[in-house]
Design a protein around this ligand. Structure first.
Ligand code: EPU
Length: 426
C-alpha cells in the first residue's frame, strides 16, 4: 500500500507548473465520441481518472492513442456499442458523461448507474430531465434485475429534437451531458440556469471546433443549434484552476513565495480574493500568479457556490489553511451535502473544528501535529498534504489513490518548491 509522508516544510518557494484541467479533460474525452475524424488533445493530464475515461472510450470501440507529452489522439468513427458496463462506471462517476454523446451518435445509450460517493448522493435527475426534454425515453432500472444486472439507465429515441431545458440547479455534469446530446439534435436547444464553469466553456470551444453550433457557454443560458455531423479537431485543455488554487494555498500556509505557472488568473477570482483577505500578497501575470504568504494569516469565512462563486473543490484546502488563520473561521458548503469528511482527519492532527449541518467553524491559530490520516476523497487528500506542511513531525497520508485521480505527479511538483514529501510503498 502506498502512502505519502509529509514533513513540516515552511517557506516554500520557486516555480510550479499546473497541468491541464481534469474536469475539462473528462467531458472533452467523452465528447470525442461525437467526432468522426481524428481528434488531437493537448495538455491531457496523466491521471487515473483520465486513464479510466480512455478505457471507457476504448470499450465503446474508439481508437485512443497516447502520443506522449500529454498528447492523446482519439478516433471514434467506428464506435460499435452503446453500452457502458458497471465495471468501468463504478470506477468513476464522470463516465456517465458518455451518455449524452452516445445519444447524439447512436440515438441509444445504456449506462450502469454511477455508484455512491463520499461527498454526497450526487443524483442524475437533471441529466435525465435534459435528455427527456430532447425527446429521449429514459428507463430507470434500480436494483439487480432477473439477469443479475445492476442498476442502469436505458435511454433511446427515434430522433433527438432540440428543446428548452431549465436546470433546477446549475449542475456541471448535467449541463455538459445535455450540451453533448443537443449538439447533434434537430433544431435549437436552450439550457437555462446552465452551469457557468470555465470547464463548460472549454467543452463548448471544443465542440465548436468539431463543427458544433453553440453560443452562450460561460453565461447561464446556452443556445445550441443542432448540426448533422461533427468532424475532427485539435484542442488544448485549459489549465486546472483547482490544482492552481491548491498550490496557491501551499504558498499561503507556509509563508512561502511561489510562482504558479500555466494559470488563467480570471478563473481564480474567488480564490485570489479570499487569499488576499487572509493577508496574502498576490501578483497576477498573463499566465501565472505569484503568492506570498504572510507571517500571520487573518481569519476568513467562505461559502461554496457554483461558478463564479467560491469552488467547492477548494473548500478542504482552505479549511487546512483556516486551522492556521487567526480567530474564528467559518465554511458553509452549499454545493454538496456531505463534503466535510476531511474534518475528522484535520482533528486527528489537532485542529479544533465543529460542524453543524452544512457549516463548519474552525478555531484558527492552532499548532497541528503530524499523524496518520486518510484521504477520504481527492480534495481531502490534497488538503492533508497542505496541513502536513505546517504540522510538527511527520504526517502520513493513506488512501492516496484518491489524490492520484486528480493531481499529476503531486509529490515531484511540490518537492520542486521545497516541500518535504515522499511516496512510500509499505
Ligand atoms: N445534482 C443533482 N442532480 C443532478 C446532478 C447534480 O441534484 O442530476 C446536484 C449534486 O448532487 C450536487 C450538485 O448538484 O449536490 C452539484 O453537482 P454537479 O452536477 O455540478 O457536479 P458534477 O458534475 O457531478 C463536477 C466536478 C466535481 C465538482 C462539481 C462541482 C467533474 C468530473 N466533476 O461534478 O469535481 O466538485 O462539478 O463543481 O467535472 C473534484 O474534482 O474533486 C470534483 C468532485
Amino acid at each position: 500500500m502506498e502512502k505519502l509522508v509529509v514533513e513540516k516544510s515552511m517557506n516554500l518557494r520557486g516555480h510550479i507548473r499546473v497541468s491541464g484541467a481534469k474536469n475539462a479533460c473528462l467531458p472533452i474525452l467523452a465528447a470525442t465520441l461525437l467526432g468522426t475524424e481524428d481528434i488531437i488533445l493537448e495538455d491531457v493530464p496523466k491521471l487515473k481518472d483520465v486513464e479510466i475515461m480512455c478505457e471507457v472510450l476504448r470499450a465503446l470501440g474508439a481508437e485512443v492513442e497516447d502520443l506522449g507529452g500529454g498528447v492523446v489522439r482519439v478516433n471514434a468513427k467506428n464506435i460499435n456499442t452503446y453500452e457502458t458496463k458497471y465495471e468501468l462506471m463504478s470506477k468513476m462517476r464522470a463516465s456517465f458523461l458518455v451518455m449524452g454523446p452516445l445519444l447524439g451518435r447512436m440515438n441509444k445509450a445504456k449506462n450502469s448507474l454511477p455508484g455512491g460517493c463520499t461527498i454526497g448522493a450526487r443524483p442524475i435527475d437533471l441529466h435525465l430531465k435534459g435528455f427527456r426534454a430532447l425527446g429521449v425515453e429514459c428507463e430507470e432500472h434500480y436494483g439487480e434485475d432477473d439477469d443479475g444486472e445492476d442498476s442502469y439507465i436505458l435511454a433511446h429515441t427515434e430522433n433527438l429534437v432540440g428543446n428548452k431545458v431549465y436546470l433546477d440547479f446549475p449542475s456541471v455534469g448535467a449541463t455538459e451531458n445535455i450540451m453533448m446530446a443537443a449538439v447533434l439534435a434537430k433544431g435549437r436547444t436552450i439550457i437555462e440556469n446552465a452551469a457557468m464553469e470555465p470547464e463548460i466553456v472549454d467543452l463548448s470551444n471544443f465542440l465548436r471546433k468539431l463543427g458544433g453550433n453553440i453560443k452562450g457557454a460561460g453565461t447561464n443560458t446556452i443556445i445550441i443549434d443542432g448540426v448533422e455531423k461533427l468532424y475532427g479537431a485539435k484542442h488544448q485543455i485549459i489549465p486546472d484552476r483547482i490544482e492552481a488554487g491548491t498550490f496557491m494555498v501551499a504558498a499561503a500556509i507556509t509563508q512561502g513565495d511561489v510562482i504558479i505557472d500555466n494559470v488563467i488568473p480570471n478563473h481564480l477570482r474567488p480564490v485570489i480574493s479570499k487569499l488576499e483577505e487572509a493577508g496574502c500578497q498576490i501578483e497576477e501575470f498573463d499566465e501565472s500568479v505569484r503568492v506570498v504568504g504572510p507571517e500571520f494569516l487573518k481569519g476568513i469565512d467562505i461559502k461554496t457556490l457554483p461558478y463564479p462563486g467560491f469552488p467547492t473543490d477548494m473548500q478542504a484546502q482552505f479549511m487546512a489553511m483556516m486551522t492556521q488563520c487567526q480567530g474564528t473561521n467559518t465554511v458553509i458548503e452549499t454545493v454538496f451535502e456531505n463534503r466535510f469528511m476531511h474534518v475528522d482527519e484535520f482533528r486527528r492532527m489537532g485542529a479544533m473544528i465543529s460542524v453543524d449541518d452544512r457549516s463548519a467553524t474552525i478555531k484558527g491559530g492552532r499548532k497541528l501535529v503530524g499523524n496518520k490520516v486518510y484521504a477520504t476523497d481527492l480534495r481531502c487528500g490534497a488538503a492533508l498534504i497542505l496541513a502536513g506542511f505546517v504540522a510538527e513531525g511527520q504526517t502520513e497520508v493513506y488512501d492516496i489513490y484518491h489524490i492520484d485521480r486528480g493531481y499529476e505527479d503531486i509529490e515531484a511538483k511540490l518537492k520542486g518548491i521545497g516541500g518535504n514529501i515522499k511516496r512510500v510503498n509499505e
